[in-house]
Design a protein around this ligand. Structure first.
Ligand code: NCD
Length: 304
C-alpha cells in the first residue's frame, strides 16, 4: 500500500506518468467517469480549506466514487481528544482512501503508520503540501511544455508557506532550475529547505527583498499569502501582510511569457485587476488541481 506524504515519494518518472494521466483525464473525462465506482474517499480536514478539500471531493465524484468526511477539528471527535491514530483506524473501516489536512507537522505521517488505506497528506502545518505541488507541476508543464530550464520566482511568505517548501523540493530534481527567493527578511526560506534542499542540489538561487528586482527575469512567478495562522503575534502579521502586492504596473516589467501562479487563497498580494492579464493562470491552476487529484486517486488505488 502506498501513501503520499511528500512530493518526493514519487520518482520523476512516476511523476511524469501521473501528469500524463492527468492530461489524459483532462482531454477524455468520460473515459474515467466510472473508474472509482463503489470506492469511497474520506476527507479528514482539521484545518480550513476550500480548494484542496473540494477538489478532492470533485475528483472522486468525477471518477464515479463517493465521499465522506469532516471539514474541521471541531466537528470530529478530535474535539473530544481522539488521536489521529485512532481516527484513521476508524476511517480505514469506512473508506478506501483518505486525504488528511492537519495543523501539526507530521500528523498525516502518523496516520499513515496506523492506516489500512492509502493516506494523502493534504497539508501538514508549515511543512509540506504535496498535492498542491502536483497541481503546480501539472500547471507549469501543461502551459510551458516543460519542467526544466526555468527561473522561478517565489514571493511572499517563504518561511511558513508549505506549498513553497514542497514545490522547491520537487523542482530541484529537474535540470536548469534557478530560484529567486523574494521575501522580507523575517519570512525567508528556512534553512532546512534553503541549505538542505536547494544548496544540496546545486541549483543556483538568490534571496532578495524587492519583487521589482526579479520580475524581469522570471519564467514563473509563484505568489503566496502571508500565513497569518502560523504567526506568533498579530502585530507581526499586520506589519508584513501587505509587503507585496502584484499590480498591473509591476506586471508591465515582466516578460511576455511569464506565468503567475498562486496556490490561493489570495488576500491582497495580487491586485484583482491582474486577473485579466493572460499571464495570470491561478484560476486555471485550481482547475488542474482536480485533474491531478483524479490521477493521484487512481494511482494510489492501483486503478490506473
Ligand atoms: C494553500 C495551503 O493550504 O497551504 N492553500 C491551498 O491548499 N491551495 C496555501 C495557503 O493557504 O496560503
Amino acid at each position: 500500500m502506498r501513501h503520499l506524504m511528500s512530493p518526493l515519494d514519487f520518482t520523476t518518472d512516476e511523476l511524469d506518468r501521473l501528469l500524463d494521466l492527468a492530461n489524459d483525464i483532462e482531454n477524455n473525462p468520460q473515459k474515467y467517469a466510472k473508474a472509482c465506482e463503489g470506492k469511497k474517499l474520506a476527507t479528514a480536514f482539521y484545518e480550513p480549506s476550500t480548494r484542496t478539500r473540494l477538489s478532492f471531493e470533485a475528483a472522486m465524484i468525477n471518477l464515479g466514487g463517493s465521499v465522506l468526511g469532516f471539514s474541521s477539528a471541531d466537528s470530529s471527535s478530535a474535539a473530544k481528544g481522539e488521536s489521529v491514530a485512532d481516527t484513521i483506524r476508524i476511517l480505514s473501516c469506512y473508506a478506501d482512501i483518505c486525504a488528511m489536512r492537519h495543523p501539526k507537522e507530521g500528523a498525516p505521517l502518523v496516520a499513515s503508520i496506523h492506516s489500512q488505506i492509502p493516506v494523502i497528506n493534504a497539508g501538514d502545518g508549515g511543512h509540506q503540501h504535496p498535492t498542491q505541488t502536483l497541481t503546480d507541476l501539472l500547471t507549469i508543464r501543461s502551459l510551458k511544455g516543460r519542467l526544466d530550464n526555468m527561473t522561478i520566482g517565489l514571493c511572499g511568505d517563504l518561511k511558513f508557506g508549505r506549498t513553497v517548501h514542497s514545490l522547491i523540493s520537487s523542482l530541484v530534481r529537474y535540470p536548469g532550475i534557478r530560484f529567486k527567493l523574494i521575501s522580507p527578511e523575517e519570512l525567508r526560506l528556512p534553512d532546512y529547505v534553503r541549505i538542505d534542499v536547494i544548496e544540496k542540489s546545486g541549483a543556483p538561487y538568490e534571496e532578495m527583498d524587492k519583487l521589482e528586482d526579479a520580475i524581469g527575469d522570471l519564467d514563473i512567478l509563484y505568489m503566496t499569502r502571508v500565513q497569518r495562522e502560523r504567526f506568533f503575534n498579530e502585530e507581526d502579521y499586520i506589519r508584513l501582510k501587505d509587503y507585496y502586492v502584484l499590480t498591473r504596473e509591476k506586471m508591465s516589467l515582466a516578460p511576455k511569457d511569464m506565468l503567475v501562479l498562486h496556490p490561493l487563497p489570495r488576500v491582497n498580494e495580487i491586485s484583482v485587476d491582474v486577473d485579466d492579464d493572460e499571464r495570470a493562470v491561478y484560476f486555471k491552476q485550481a482547475q488542474y488541481g482536480v485533474y491531478v487529484r483524479m490521477a493521484l486517486i487512481l494511482t494510489l488505488l492501483e486503478l490506473a
